[in-house]
Ligand binder design. Structure first.
Ligand code: 2YC
Length: 268
């Protein structure tokens, strides 16, 4: 898991509307619709939950400490989905206490190991990796206008990649996996195809999930002309020329889809 830095999220809060317009153009879905698809809930149920739940985001100072703008951006994504969301004044346990006392029943908080959404009413806890994988799977399906029966290559089989692969199987896609780590390749499910050679695989598959922490390992000549890429991995795996060529068919963001899908899963 790549730890974000302040610069990864600087300015994104005020660009959230533009971000959502681009998402809509690429996938035909807005942020709430992507989240609901990944979270297996209806927009109606999400709207109902927005009337019934309030959300607190708690800054956590442990480990490498607070990331500037992180909790504020998380709260703005949650507000974009129609929920009331506040960042607590206090941090850590005092912040958690403050959030609960103000009757927020959904708590978002992240230390250096885990980023979670906790539903105090249903005791459901959602991990960012799980939410991000499902959300980007749903975004790719939107871009492809459905992935049932289509072959999809998942690059990187960590928490995000394995979750995306699971979502794609549920959507009826044929899933293939490449991971440079043999051990992780062994964790792939029986109905997932293992692709031992990434360069060969990139020349075959039109639908890709880049769930690696590797940056700039994919060049334009590696990809098929029809390629569509959902890239939750930070930094982006496509190099600059590849991003330039495929930008209208690339979905990549540091937090928006992951946080939105965590919320949909937490209230579902
Ligand atoms: O500002 C704070 O409260 C910090 N404790 C937040 C630390 C987040 C560390 N995790 C990451 O940077 C990201 C996750 C958001 C998803 C993957 N890495």
């Amino acid at each position: 898991m790549t730890r974000l830095v302040e610069n990864d999220i600087a300015g994104l809060e005020r660009e959230l509307d533009v971000y959502e317009e681009e998402l809509l153009k690429k996938t035909g879905l807005n942020l709430s619709e992507v989240a609901c698809a990944g979270g297996n809930i209806t927009i109606h149920d999400l709207r109902k939950a927005a009337q019934s739940y309030r959300v607190a985001v708690v800054p956590i100072t442990s480990g490498e400490g607070v990331i500037g703008g992180f909790t504020q951006f998380v709260a703005s994504i949650i507000r974009k989905m129609g929920f009331q969301a506040t960042v607590t004044e206090e941090t850590d346990v005092a912040g958690f206490y403050e959030g609960v006392c103000q009757e927020n029943e959904i708590i978002f908080m992240a230390d250096d190991k885990k980023f979670i959404a906790l539903n105090l009413r249903t005791k459901k806890v959602i991990d960012n990796g799980y939410g991000t994988g499902r959300g980007f799977g749903a975004a790719l399906a939107g871009m492809a206008d459905g992935l049932a029966g289509r072959e999809v290559l998942v690059i990187g089989f960590g928490p995000v990649g394995s979750s995306a692969a699971e979502y794609l199987l549920e959507s009826g896609a044929k899933v293939a996996v490449y991971d440079q780590n043999e051990l992780r390749m062994k964790e792939t499910k029986k109905d997932m195809k293992q692709e031992p050679n990434l360069k060969k695989a990139l020349k075959i598959y039109d639908f890709l999930i880049d769930a690696t922490p590797e940056g700039e390992f994919i060049s334009p000549e590696d990809l098929t002309d029809q390629a569509m890429i959902a890239a939750p991995g930070i930094p982006l795996g496509l190099n600059a020329p590849a991003f330039e060529k495929y930008r209208d068919r690339v979905i990549h963001d540091p937090l928006q889809i992951g946080v939105a899908t965590m919320l949909a899963l937490a209230v579902g």
